[in-house]
Design a protein. Sequence first.
Length: 207
Amino acid sequence: MASNKSSGRVLVIGGGVSGIEASLSLSRCGFGVYLVERMPSLGGMIPNLHRLYPICACCKLNPKIALCDQDPNIKVLTNTNVLEVAGTKGNFKAKLLVNGKKREIQVGSIVLASGTEAFDPSLYDTYSYGRYPNIITSVEYEQMQKPLGPEGGQIRRPSDGRAPQSIAWLQCVGSRDINTCDAPYCSTVCCMYALKEAVNTKDINSD
């Protein structure tokens, strides 16, 4: 790496769990870190979830965010977009848009931790999502389970507000399918995710 001061700094793009963990690990190794997140707060998808089994999602996430905020080696930049990156190994210049204002930083390395987005089943007729109100995504179901969510932690059918008598989980939606979503690979997460939601459901409503 270059011998200038910038070589000891790292730009981490993405403030989800991967970006947070990468930033904390880099700080422990003595690197200065710019942690960039385009949303107003860190956390990525995790704040949308009710529980990371067996405890609440924020119970795991919030202490990590606090460590980043308190770490003198980590500069957290939320509401920030990366406009351009130029340079060579050990000496990069990155142009950022921070709260609507342009800023340029120099770093020696860049970590891409840009995270993920939930699959949108409304783009495909196969699943009838959007046609029938009681067909919802796992993220929407997680929101329903949260005590401070729209249903106050109660599981209700969107169509009539009544408790469902049975629930089915459709797995591999958005993966293992080249005909509708061009993703032939296994997501590797939906099996455990569906089991977690089933256990959560029994905890909330044992009937």
